[in-house]
Design a protein around this ligand. Sequence first.
Ligand code: 13P
Ligand code: ZN
Length: 210
Amino acid sequence: MTEQEIRDQLVRLGASLFQRGYSVGSAGNISVRLPDGFLMTPTNSSLGSLDAARISKLDAEWRHVGGDKPSKEVFLHRAVLSARPEAGAVVHLHSTHATAIGCLAAPGEDAPIPPLTPYFVMRIGRRLPVVPYYRPGDGAMEPAVHAAALEARALLLANHGPVVSGKTLLDAVYASEELEESARLALLLRGMPARELTPAQVDDLLTTFG
Ligand SMILES: O=C(CO)COP(=O)(O)O
Ligand SMILES: [Zn+2]
C-alpha cells in the first residue's frame, strides 16, 4: 500500500472505531510503520474525524517531520514497535470493557482474560500483560511497555486502556475489536461456571493460526 492509501485507511478505520463507541472524545491513538518512518494520529485529535493530510509523520528516529503534533503517547507506540519488528501498527484505545479489566487486574498479571473463544486466542494470543499505571504521555512507561511487548502482541495499561499491535493496521484494528468484545464477555460471565478452551484447544489454535 502507498503512504496515501494507508493515510486514507487510517481515517476510515478511526471513524469506524469511533462510530461504534470503541473510542470517545479525543481518546486513543494509532501508529503505522512505514518504510521511511511512522504515521501517528495527532495529539488531541478524535479518531472519528481524522484528516489524512494532517496525520503526523515521524522519521525512522521518531522525530516529528510532518503534519500536526503527534500523540503524547509516542513513547508507548515506540516501545511496542521496537519490541516487535513484525508489527506494522499499534492501536491504543480506552474501550470500556478492556479498560475495566485493566482496573480489576493486578499489574504484573499476564492473562487477565481467560481463553473463552477461538478468535481471542487467534488475534491476541496466550498472554495479555498488565503494565503498571503511568500518567498518559509519561515517557517513564517505555521500559515497562517494551518488556511487556516482547512477550505479547497486546497489553493492558492498568487503569487506562488496551494497546494492541498487528502485522498491518487492519490486523491491529481487528485485534483491538476482538479484545474489547472478549473483555466484555469475560465481565458478563464473571462468577459463572463458563467453560474455557482447554490448553490443548489453545495450543491447536496457536499452531494452526498463530
Ligand atoms: O489516549 C490518549 C492518551 O493516553 C490520547 O492522547 P493523545 O490525544 O495525545 O493521542
Ligand atoms: Zn490513552
